[in-house]
Each structure stands twice: as C-alpha cells, then as structure tokens.
Design a protein around this ligand. Structure first.
Ligand code: PLP
Length: 365
C-alpha cells in the first residue's frame, strides 16, 4: 500500500537529531518558553523574512490571536467583517467566528483554488476590516492585487499560511506578504512538529507584543495582566523538534517539487484536470490536488490498486452543520471543487519510482 502520507518515514530521517534535541530539553529542566522557543522564533522569522515570530499552541490559535490582538488594539470590533475564501479549511473561518467577527465568504478561482481577488470588492462593506487570503494547498494567493484592494479600503491582510511554509510570491515568502500571518506546525503540515504547534509572523512590533501578551494570560510582565488573555504556548520540546526540521524544509520542498513536476508532466488522462500554477516558486505542494467529475470512482479505483488518496475537503464550510446559518447560500465554484477534488500522495520523502507507479495506474484508468 502507498500511504497518502508516511509521517513515520519523514521523521525517521531526522531521528538522531530529533533525539539529541529532545534530550537537551529534558536535561535543561526548562520546558516552556525557554531558549529553544526563543531560538525557533528567531530562526523562523528569518526564514520567512518577517521581523517577528510568536510561537503559539497551534495554527488555529495563531489566527485567533491575530484577530483578537486587532480587537484589543481598537482596530476591530464585535460584528466587523473579515473576507475569507469559501473553500478554505474550516479553521480559517472558525478563527473569525470565535472573535465575534463575521466571516464573509468569497469564491475561489476554479483554476488555482485560491481566493478570487476580482470578487473581493463587491463584498466590501463599511464593516469590513480585513481580508484573510489562504495559501491553500501550498500556493500563494495573488498578493499584489489583494494588498492593493486592502490599501484602498484600509483593511488588514491576514495570511493563513498553514499549508504554505516557504512558498514565495515574487521575492518574498509567505509570512511576509501581508500585515500578519498564521502558521500551523501540525505533524502533517510541510513543517510539522511531533505534536501541535503554531506561530504568528508579522513586521508590526505593536501587534507582535499584543499577541505575545494575549497568549500568555494577557501579561507582558509577570503577574501584571493587561488583557483577559489565554494560554497558548509552543513548548520547548516542540520548538526543539521544529528547529531541527526547519533546517531541512527547503530540501523537502525541493523533493515535493520534483514529485509534482513528475505528476504534471506524466499524468495523461482526459478525465483528470491537473493543478495550475503561476510560478514554480509560488507553490510548495503541501497537497497535489487533481479534479475529476468521477472523483469517488477514481478514489475507489486507486485504493483497489493500493494507492491511498484523501479529499481536501469533502464538504464546503457553508454546508457544515456548524454554520447552518449559511444553509441556503450558494457558492457554486466551492461546491464544484468540494465534489471533484482528490489529493494524490506527495511528501518530502516520496520517491520518483513510487510516483511513476502511481502515474501508470492513473493513466490506465
Ligand atoms: C491546518 C490548518 C489550520 C489549523 O492549524 P492547526 O495547527 O491544526 O490548528 C488553519 N488553516 C489551514 C488552511 C490549515 O490547513
């Protein structure tokens, strides 16, 4: 069986370095907010080209804390609106709802699956305060056009970079393409911890300080509480694992690009639509997503040939029970995407020989 993603194999590559890093933390006697956390924050900020990184407990918290900080800073208020793509993973939308803000869904481009910037302006109202572009599947959004609209209407741009560590737009990496960016280090992400983890990057010092305090009970100075904060921390062991894996991230992205290029060049099946990209550097291939009207059939066929695939995602956010207020709304492009997409195996350790076998089976379908 070719698994969709073999995390054991990915982490086994770095086993001795991970063990060494973990041992160092165990022996240090310091397990939360110590030197590993601080070093990781510095290294990740440098990697993204952003001034500040704030380690937090997970990707959802990263997005929640950015919005929460803007509320504390007086930039957003209950009931304000945030524009978000209608086909994103639910976490982007939850981060908005959890702050008593209103998610306003905008359809994606059917070719790239990314927020369609040409449809943003018609959704802007006097309550709109931010746009949240999601670099879905690992490809950066049309950031020049999005930032231009944001500037015109005085909106914040909050990147959801949970799937796109290392992806470029022109000469800048995600994490440095808007006002703030949320990252996830969930084990299956391109930069994955061995548990949960997340981070915010930004160039805004005031925002960085506010988020840092909010994730630490609302406190900047011990026992002095500026805000009604929460506890959201990236622990020392996860930070130490991430420092090891960050060193190999670009290598893994290279491997993903090789696999993606092989798929793009060699999958020849008229039932299948391959992903489109604007520039090779813009895509880090967190997922290799194809589209076909015979999706469920193809998935079964591949499984019967020992190839595991997944669907990202099977049900559009506006069709979820959690958002029953959107039950009667229609987002036809999203619905089509949710009905037709299928994610093929891809990772930083997948071999071309294996990919070749997968392609042969797909082409024979
Ligand atoms: C994974 C993911 C998140 C949430 O990250 P967690 O670390 O799982 O909380 C948010 N947005 C997108 C697009 C994601 O893929």
């Amino acid at each position: 069986m070719t698994p969709f993603l073999d995390l054991k194999k990915i982490n086994a590559r770095y086993r001795s370095e991970l063990l060494e890093a973990c041992t160092k933390v165990i022996d240090s006697g310091w397990y939360v907010h110590g030197s590993e956390h601080e070093e990781f924050e510095n290294e990740f900020a440098q990697y993204c080209g952003a001034k500040y990184t704030i380690g937090v407990a997970n990707g959802l918290d990263a997005l929640i804390l950015i919005l929460r900080a803007y509320k504390e800073m007086g930039i957003m208020d209950d009931g304000d609106e945030v524009i978000v793509p209608s086909n994103t993973y639910i976490a982007s939308i939850l981060a908005i709802s959890q702050n008593s803000l209103v998610p306003v869904l905008v359809e994606p481009d059917i070719n790239t699956y990314l927020l369609d910037w040409t449809k943003i302006e018609e959704k802007i109202t006097s309550k709109t305060k931010a746009i949240m572009p999601v670099h879905l599947y690992g490809q950066t959004c049309e950031m020049d056009n999005i930032n231009k609209i944001a500037k015109k209407y005085n909106l914040k741009v909050i990147e959801d970079s949970a799937q796109s560590h290392g992806a470029y737009f022109k000469d800048k990496r995600c994490g440095n393409l808007g006002d703030a960016s949320g990252f996830s280090f969930y084990p299956g992400k391109n930069l994955g911890a061995l548990g949960d983890g997340g981070a915010v990057t930004t160039n805004d010092k005031n925002l960085a300080n506010t988020i840092k305090a909010l994730g630490n009970y609302g406190s900047q100075k011990k026992y002095k509480n500026l805000y009604k904060g929460t506890n959201s921390r990236l622990d020392e062991i996860q930070a130490s694992m991430l420092r090891v894996k960050l060193r190999y991230l670009d290598n893994e992205i290279e491997n993903r690009r090789e696999i993606a290029n092989y798929y793009l060049k060699n999958i020849k099946n008229e039932n299948i639509i391959l992903p489109q990209l604007k520039h090779e550097n813009n895509h880090v291939w967190h997922l290799f997503v194809i589209r076909t009207t015979k999706r469920d059939e193809l998935q079964k066929y591949l499984l019967s040939n020992e190839i595991q695939t997944l669907i990202h995602y099977p049900l559009a956010p506006h069709k979820q029970e959690a958002y029953k207020e959107w039950k009667n709304e229609s987002y036809p492009i999203s619905e089509q995407i949710h009905d037709e997409v299928l994610s093929l195996p891809i990772s930083g350790v997948q071999k071309i020989e294996n990919t070749k076998k997968i392609v042969e089976i797909i082409n024979a379908y």
